[in-house]
Ligand binder design. Structure first.
Ligand code: COI
Length: 356
């Protein structure tokens, strides 16, 4: 079977599992839709992709990614518009970012057609899995693995590109309490902090486990030299509102992921005439603003979490509580504005939404 100009062979499930899902209670990352897309890279070229029933995949225990983490991923979301038509939010940006990650991790570029048209075909086939209640979506997880059967250390020659999808509810159901981390470091200049390499997430597990035991939800990472300039929160980009200005760390020095939600937020704020600064933000500046009553809002942005409000930031023994979230003007407006665009309720003036 051929979908658009990309040849894809499609094998459908005999019986859908969709009846196993309770649409009123969809936890993030627990359920997977009926099909997945798989493409193999061998002898310097991508082979014809296949869409097959979602199932386990067998690998030799000697496969590269198990040992050396040559693995990258993306996160994209599909929504249903008021007429039930599937829409994918800014997948081209994820395609470009996947290829920036691929280059840094010595992996092959994924062609645009394979990424976009493959995703489109998969979402079309499993469109019944896009939930329709508020704050739900179909989370799309494209990823690439190095699959040589070889435990010598060298860049692999064989790869697999896979897309799975998962109906998703909100990532955080409550505002998050943040611990400012100045011992463990997420990213250094020249490193891989700007990529969605699996290792960036694997390395965060231990420090996150420690702060969860202390009662916090997520880490605000700081830079590895001064431990003062803030970077990202958990798996999200960081924003705060000081006075009437929205500030977010600049994407420089390879340490910060160029979030698609981050970019969308900055665009919407600038269009509304709100002051936005992309620059270094020092934790001392945040503390001083809090003491002066000028720290108005703080939030994380990401595909999975969308806009996640922060209720408190703790730095050493200073717990900086934020004003009541219902009084916030900027994050609440952004959340509603982004939702209207994603769910096709508002005209897509930026060309962000791809009809399936
Ligand atoms: C995303 O927002 O897509 C992320 O990367 C978070 C994810 C690791 C759950």
């Amino acid at each position: 079977m051929s979908v658009s100009s990309l040849d894809i062979s499609i094998t459908k499930v005999e019986n859908s599992r969709i009846g196993e899902i309770d649409p009123a209670n969809i936890q993030f990352g627990k359920f997977y839709s009926d099909h997945m897309l798989i493409a193999h890279y061998e002898d310097g070229a991508w082979k014809t992709p296949e869409i097959v029933p979602f199932n386990n995949i067998a690998f030799s225990p000697a496969t590269t990614f198990f040992h050396y983490g040559q693995a990258i991923f993306e996160g994209v979301k599909a929504y249903k518009d008021p007429n039930g038509n599937p829409l994918i939010f800014r997948p081209q940006e994820n395609w470009k970012r996947m290829n920036r990650s691929a280059e840094r991790m010595a992996m092959p570029e994924v062609p645009e057609e394979l990424f976009i048209e493959g995703m489109r075909a998969l979402v079309e086939l499993d469109s019944a899995w896009i939930p329709s209640s508020p704050e739900t979506s179909l989370y799309i997880r494209p990823f690439m693995l190095a699959v040589d059967e070889f435990i010598g250390v060298r860049p692999a020659e064989k790869f697999m590109f896979i897309i799975i999808t998962s109906p998703a509810g909100p990532y955080y159901s409550n505002p998050v309490s943040i611990y400012v981390q100045d011992k463990y470091v997420r990213a250094f200049p020249g490193g891989i902090g700007f990529t969605k390499a699996a290792g960036n997430y694997g390395m965060s597990m231990y420090p996150t486990m420690q702060i969860k035991k202390m009662g916090y939800d997520q880490i605000l990472w700081t830079d590895g030299y001064t431990h003062k300039n803030v970077q990202e929160i958990g798996t999200m980009n960081f924003f705060c509102v000081i006075g009437d200005t929205v500030i977010t760390p600049a994407i420089t020095q390879d340490t910060i992921l160029a979030g698609v939600t981050r970019d969308s937020v900055i665009t919407l704020l600038k269009e509304k005439g709100i002051k936005v600064e992309e620059r270094d933000i020092n934790i001392d500046e945040i503390e001083a603003a809090h003491k002066a009553g000028q720290l108005k809002e703080a939030f994380g942005t990401g595909t999975a979490a969308s806009i996640a409000p922060i209720c408190a930031l703790t730095y050493h023994d200073d717990k900086m509580e934020l004003p009541d979230i219902s009084t916030w003007e900027i994050a609440n407006w952004l959340k509603a504005e982004l939702a209207d665009i994603r769910y096709g309720k508002k005209a897509d003036t930026h060309g962000w939404v791809l009809a399936v």
